[in-house]
Design a protein around this ligand. Structure first.
Ligand SMILES: CC(C)(COP(=O)(O)OP(=O)(O)OC[C@H]1O[C@@H](n2cnc3c(N)ncnc32)[C@H](O)[C@@H]1OP(=O)(O)O)[C@@H](O)C(=O)NCCC(=O)NCCS
Length: 309
């Protein structure tokens, strides 16, 4: 128990996933945001490599053992630890966020021990003024904004056509995984955010994820050569475009937009009623505009804060 707050902190177990997702959903609702992060997102997060539920995450419970808050850290790169946390709206303002942040910082310090130029990052819901203030007081500064974008898919939609000469088709994992990975690696080479990383690690992480569903993935080919890829997954709350990349040599021809439209068509054919994506607001290749052009709209902003030393 944390004597100052009257709440108990412990490591989550896999059985807590739905309760943690519920706190996350309530957090988004309280901020006036259409919830997009739910159990599907939590399943992805908890299946990532370099993440140990017993050491890298905490839940806070009240006297009735109901989960009222969650926080986590993850070593994203040898010199970068990323973190985030949420407190149920009815339990805000009682010191839980600070207690969580203490644990998050403590674990981050352990993970970054001995690193020459460590970077500690924390993601904050763009509407959450209290979390923002807490990050600022602890010496973090905002470095990046991310949009959650969404399109409603009320009824089956036509998949659209691909630009001349380009074929868009499904992925056969045994044959195509290396092509998908190669395109994403090259497409994101200049990106300042996440990268797929080495093939073996990426393929293992994808296959291990409970949300892995390559029947929703797409490859674009020009004269037989793979030049664009989209990976996606679907949960109860909707579908996610997880990665989208087009080789630099083939950009600006409408291939990215065509991959997205085809993906929306596949989602809607399965009865998935909305599709979402998480995008760096200042994506250097103009991805936000591509998403807007195919009908997606911004539903929320997440801010990435950082303290480097
Ligand atoms: C984002 C990305 C996937 C877009 O792929 P793309 O194939 O170039 O996308 P499109 O061709 O559909 O649209 C891109 C531009 O081409 C233009 N375009 C679209 N169709 C066109 C056509 N038929 N002829 C000429 N130009 C066209 C669009 O106007 C758009 O320009 P604008 O956004 O500046 O107005 C690609 O730039 C990429 O791989 N980026 C790196 C990875 C990345 O950031 N992915 C998204 C992360 S969330």
């Amino acid at each position: 128990m944390d004597p100052s707050s009257g709440y108990w902190f412990r490591a989550p177990t896999p059985d807590d996933l739905a309760s943690v997702a519920e706190v996350l959903i309530e957090d988004q609702r309280a901020d006036g945001v259409e919830p997009v992060l739910d159990a599907h997102f939590m399943r992805q997060v908890w299946s990532r490599s370099n993440f140990d539920l017993a050491a890298d995450a905490w839940v806070a419970t009240d006297g009735s053992t109901m989960i009222v808050a969650y926080g986590q850290v993850r070593q994203e790169e040898p010199d970068i630890v990323g973190s985030w946390g949420v407190v149920h709206p009815q339990h805000r303002g009682r010191g839980i966020g600070s207690s969580l942040f203490d644990r998050i910082e403590g674990r981050a310090t352990e993970l970054l021990a001995g690193v020459a130029s460590p970077r500690f990052r924390h993601s904050v819901n763009g509407q959450d003024v209290a979390a923002e203030a807490m990050a600022r007081v602890r010496g973090l500064r905002p470095i990046r904004h991310y949009w959650h974008m969404q399109i409603d898919l009320p009824e089956p939609i036509a998949p659209g056509t691909a630009p001349g000469g380009v074929e868009i088709g499904r992925v056969e994992p045994r044959r195509d995984l290396r092509s998908v990975h190669g395109i994403l690696e090259e497409s994101f080479a200049q990106d300042r955010g996440d990268h797929p990383g080495p093939f073996d690690r990426w393929a293992e992480e994808e296959a291990r994820s409970p949300t892995y569903d390559p029947t929703l993935w797409l490859l674009a080919r020009d004269s037989g050569m793979a030049i664009g890829a989209l990976t996606a997954s679907a949960g109860d709350g909707g579908g996610w475009v997880d990665w989208l990349g087009v080789l630099a040599s083939h950009r600006g021809r409408g291939i990215g937009a065509a991959l997205l439209r085809r993906s929306f068509g596949m989602f809607s054919a399965r009865g998935v009623r909305r599709a979402m994506v998480n995008v760096d607001a200042e994506n250097a290749t103009g991805a936000t505009a591509v998403y807007e052009r195919v009908g997606m709209r911004v539903v929320n902003r997440w801010d990435l804060w950082e303290r480097s030393s």
